[in-house]
Ligand binder design. Structure first.
Ligand code: AMP
Length: 291
């Protein structure tokens, strides 16, 4: 018999927490036996209103909602911010209690990646270019952990943010290719009043950087205006890159116009997406908008 699921001592009402696959399964299999539809929102924690919008949407399309909090070591390069990434478990559980999430799944790296772990899920197509040009390990790490999480949680529907647009397309691709019985839904990016996309990494920004961060969204809008008006898009990308540098961004990794579904070259008359990544001080920000 599996161990009973622990009622979190800090929040004895809701949500329940599970820290092992067995505890998670005990709850989810009971729901499934009762014919309930399970929604799932994977996160790395340090939750903000963007994450909570995903949870609310998951609640609106399912009977029970699981949120995972796991800072996935496999998607970070040794030079990246794995150690520094914000971890706020108690506050996160409180926020999830407030929105009425049913179960918070908090696996450890040892549970996800035991010593004999030897598998990688690799996606081509939408995973090629953009983020991969700068973070070659990233999407193998994301696809592997999300694949594992889908097998662990067994959701009927999983909700992701368009904030990480390339990630959304990568997850949709492997869920389709591997015949996973889960519907992967993307939701629009939640932004601050000035337009900055909410992100756990915004916590890294110094106050003086925060004021400049909005330049990234403005750069995307500058390029979108050129696409919509039929102007020279390459020239607009060059101008937008210059605007970011003028606003104090240290380095622009990319600003690109892509086909909204394949993330390959844009095709006239078909939906397009504009995506960007740039460094403000030591913080790497990403954002994207539809055309
Ligand atoms: P993360 O914790 O950064 O791995 O993100 C977990 C999920 O939340 C991903 O599906 C993200 O795309 C989504 N997300 C992050 N920021 C936002 C935002 N500002 N609006 C909507 N969804 C978001």
């Amino acid at each position: 018999m599996s161990a009973p699921v622990v009622q979190d001592p800090v929040f004895p009402q809701n949500p329940k927490t599970a820290r092992t696959i067995a505890d998670l399964r005990t709850v989810v299999t009971t729901w499934k036996r009762d014919g309930l539809r399970v929604g799932f929102v994977p996160t790395m924690g340090a939750l903000h209103d963007g994450h909570l919008a995903l949870v609310r949407h998951a609640q609106s399309v399912s009977d029970k909602v699981v949120v995972s909090i796991f800072v996935n070591p496999m998607q970070f390069a040794p030079t990246e911010d794995l150690e520094r990434y914000p971890r706020r478990e108690v506050e996160d559980i409180a926020k999830l209690a407030e929105v009425g999430c049913d179960l918070v799944y908090l696996p450890t790296p040892e549970i996800m990646y035991p010593a004999d772990f030897v598998t990688r899920v690799h996606v081509d197509g939408p995973a090629q270019g953009l983020e991969t040009d700068f973070r070659p390990q990233f999407f193998d790490g994301v696809a592997t952990v999300v694949c594992k999480l889908f097998n662990q949680v067994m959701p009927d529907v999983a909700v992701f943010g368009e904030k990480d647009y390339q990630q959304l397309k990568v997850v949709q691709a492997f869920a389709r290719d591997l015949d996973m019985p889960v519907e992967v839904v993307g939701l629009p990016t939640v932004r601050e009043m000035d337009g900055l996309a909410l992100s756990s990494r915004n916590a890294y920004l110094k106050p003086e950087d925060r004021a400049q961060a909005i330049a990234l969204y403005n750069a995307l809008r500058h390029v979108r205006a050129a696409v919509v008006d039929g102007l020279d898009v390459e020239a607009a990308i060059t101008e937008a890159t210059g605007n970011l540098t003028a606003a104090g961004f240290a380095k622009v990794d990319y600003i690109a116009v892509r086909h909204a579904e394949t993330l390959g070259d844009p095709v006239d008359g078909e939906p397009q997406r504009i995506l960007a990544a740039a460094w403000l001080g030591t913080t790497r920000l990403i954002d994207n908008i539809g055309v």
